[in-house]
Design a protein around this ligand. Sequence first.
Ligand SMILES: *Cc1c(COP(=O)(O)O)cnc(C)c1O
Length: 432
Amino acid sequence: MNNKSILSTKIDLSYDKQHIWHPYTSMTAPIPCYPVESANGCLISLQSGETLIDGMSSWWACLFGYNVKELNEAATDQLSKMSHIMFGGLTHQPAVDLAKTLVEITPKGLDKVFFSDSGSVAVEVAMKMALQYWQSLGKNKTKFIALKKGYHGDTFAAMSVTDPEGSMHALYQDFVAKNFFTKQPNITFDQPWHENAMDDLTQLLKEHHTQIAALILEPIVQGAGGMYFYHPNYLKAARALCDEYGVLLIADEIATGFGRTGKLFACEHANISPDILCLGKAITGGYMSFAATLTTTHVATTISDGKAGVFMHGPTFMGNALACAVANANLKMLLTINWQQFVSTLSDQLQNQLSRCRALPSVNSVRVLGAIGVVELNQAVNMVEIQKQFVDLGVWIRPFGKLIYLMPPYIASEQQINKLCDAIYQVCKTID
Ligand SMILES: *Cc1c(COP(=O)(O)O)cnc(C)c1O
């Protein structure tokens, strides 16, 4: 096949439909997929010739758009050295550089880094760290507390701390570990604070702390479970309660990390450090799957001093050099551009442009935090229908349930944001 015929090859949609699973959809009656030819900057080019402005950053992952010169160069440079080398007994500079940056930029005290392949695995690793920590101390603490409406991934341990309704525990009920769920924090990011917001968590800890290994939460922004922004004092108080009751705190910043909420890490809204931190999604700027779990010297030392002497996890592609190199280039870009300015400009634009949706009868509420804009409707949307409406309007927005939301790449232009917000307004107007 010469180049030309490769380029002119059409994506075989019917094969895709018959043989390939897509996320959360039926194999026999799947939601339609739009074939993508390429993506550049904030534009997605469909095979049909249409281009769509990206409002999703490929699920929180892509900070600087697609086909980014600096990231392409980092990948090609690394490819000419090695794409991957096993991490057992071997190491490399991209991993060392990435660990250095992560230790430096994350909340203080998080000094030990475990690299893995995806967000869900980073959560599994975090939970195993917590379990091994208590085992090393001779304590039988094997349960977790998680927040209602939280989301931590689709693997089994991650699912066991994800909201039971959202992750449909019932489907796997005899297999999913039973953990404790505390109420969703009831005070939003900018509502006035009152202490009784901690009552439910306090009660759970009081009753069960002897068996609780850790509290796991998404700091400030609950993402896939409902795009909900809660009060920083909740996080601060949760940290204090964990200390009081001898429970570790796991912060899952897989979605919130790297500036999305207006702080480099959402924990900074409350000025706290967790004992264990999960990172993923935007770490490689949306280029490939990669994740990291960070912990304190204390937790790492305790695990290593324990009976096992080692931490029992070691994925094949641990510390993948190609992913580390791209992550390094991505973080270098993030830390050299004035990302605060980009995010705060986006935030103002989302705020200004989405607020008019409030007047529409179909809209329940509108909220914006950092570079995240959410329009919550009164009723769940018809995804197939609404996705087509958005595509017809030249934008890529994928709602779920009652939520239509934007988390555009940081480099999206004012004009692009206007078009994204306008599309939401137009579509919400057609819903009654
Ligand atoms: C997406 C997400 C995960 C899971 O990450 P995957 O890479 O999809 O496995 C875990 N936690 C949070 C908060 C997420 O948003």
